[in-house]
Ligand binder design. Structure first.
Ligand SMILES: *Cc1c(COP(=O)(O)O)cnc(C)c1O
Length: 382
């Protein structure tokens, strides 16, 4: 497993399950755990004479070995170098603020994660950055004069997709940078850097870590200079994840392939079942062959996400459905082990009152479908 000259092992030839189990782990040492325990340190002991030059660890804000292990793991899966952040928002705002300058133009998704839009209008416009919102499915305007394009594909919560390779070619021709929010797909579902994106940003809070017990974000890139700028930003602002959260995240990555496989299979079954019900409308899942996102999604995604969206008509019916269900819990976020549903209008998303983002967990498909049908029947009509 050792790479050339003791460098990181090249595991790119292995399948997803194998890569997840081994991602970012050091060479095994007899008597030591596979995943070294978390290192908690604010300052570290320094060499009295050589100072910080003598070890990779000097102070906890820039340096933490547990965080570096997690970054090696995510970097392996994304196919680039990785920087971990305290949350997805910390990662996304780090890219926006370290790349954009007054007078620059940025394109952001009109139908993406709403706090990014709020940040853009409240903060970016306030410092003289021009912000244009574009629907994920396009059409995208001419990119001349644009500094950065951020897309979210599949988009949360509407699940539209955009063609990353095509947009990357257009961005490169226009001298713009392309960043892709890979939260919904995860690096196993989509490889934006291979498709030509300059940067990946993501929330690791969702399916990547999947246990609904931590917040995490990351930025990945093959552009060393760009990543150095983002790293300097992180060191200065201190938007780092704690050692224990980084360790929990790394531990959780080992099962990513297994979790996604079940979540995606559950989503396929839920989407088909919901589409066949006369009392559910607007079913969206990029893996449904008649979904508007399918033509691009089926080429671009290596696996379909575990999220389905649909409309139950009004807030009351969503509440009755959730009260009647024994396996679906009301919760925001997505990608966790437990199936959850979120009525997005309650958070201010620009969607109808009965719009539900449904996040499939890893329960048995038959149990989930039976519960879903029973709860919808009990919830009654509109
Ligand atoms: C949740 C989410 C974020 C923000 O991540 P946090 O970890 O909650 O800060 C960003 N982008 C997308 C697509 C998300 O779903």
């Amino acid at each position: 497993m050792t790479g050339a000259a003791g460098g990181p092992a090249d595991r790119s030839g292995y399948g997803d399950g194998t890569r997840c189990v081994h991602a970012g782990l050091p060479e095994p040492v007899p008597g030591e755990p596979f995943l070294p325990g978390p290192v908690f340190a604010a300052p570290y002991h320094l060499d009295p004479a050589a100072g910080p030059e003598a070890t990779p660890n000097g102070y906890g804000r820039p340096d933490n070995p547990t965080r570096r292990g997690l970054e090696a793991a995510i970097g392996e899966l994304e196919g680039g170098d990785c920087l971990a952040f305290a949350s997805g928002q910390a990662a996304i705002t780090a890219v926006l603020l370290s790349v954009l300058r007054p007078g620059d133009t940025v394109l952001l998704p009109a139908d993406g994660y709403f706090p990014v839009r709020a940040f853009a209008t409240q903060t970016l416009e306030g410092i003289g950055v021009r912000v244009d919102f574009v629907p994920t499915a396009g059409p995208y305007p001419a990119l001349d004069g644009v500094r950065l394009v951020l897309v979210e594909t599949p988009a949360n919560p509407g699940l539209d997709v955009c063609d990353v390779a095509e947009l990357a070619a257009r961005a490169r021709a226009a001298g713009a940078l392309l960043a892709v929010d890979n939260t919904a797909a995860t690096p196993l579902g989509q490889q934006p850097l291979d498709l030509g994106a300059d940067l990946v940003v993501a929330s690791g809070t969702k399916a990547l870590t999947g246990h609904s017990d931590l917040l995490l974000g990351y930025v990945a890139s093959r552009n060393t200079e760009l990543l150095a700028t983002v790293r300097a930003w992180r060191t200065t602002t201190g938007s780092i994840p704690g050692a224990f959260d980084a360790w929990l995240a790394h531990r959780s990555l080992a099962t990513l392939d297994l979790r996604l496989a079940r979540q995606s299979a559950n989503a396929a079954a839920v989407a088909a079942a919901m589409r066949d019900r006369r009392d559910v409308s607007g079913v969206r899942w990029p893996g449904l062959p008649d979904d508007p996102a399918y033509p691009v999604a089926s080429r671009q995604l290596r696996r379909m996400p575990g999220i389905v969206s649909f409309d139950l008509g009004d807030a009351g019916r969503v509440a009755r459905f959730l009260a009647a269900s024994r396996l679906v819990f009301a919760a925001t976020s997505f990608g966790g082990l437990h199936t959850s549903a979120d009525r997005r209008a309650q958070w201010g998303d620009d969607v109808s009152a009965g719009f539900v983002r449904f996040s499939c967990g890893v329960e048995d498909t038959a149990d989930l479908l039976a519960d879903l049908h029973a709860a919808l029947d009990a919830a009654g009509g509109r």
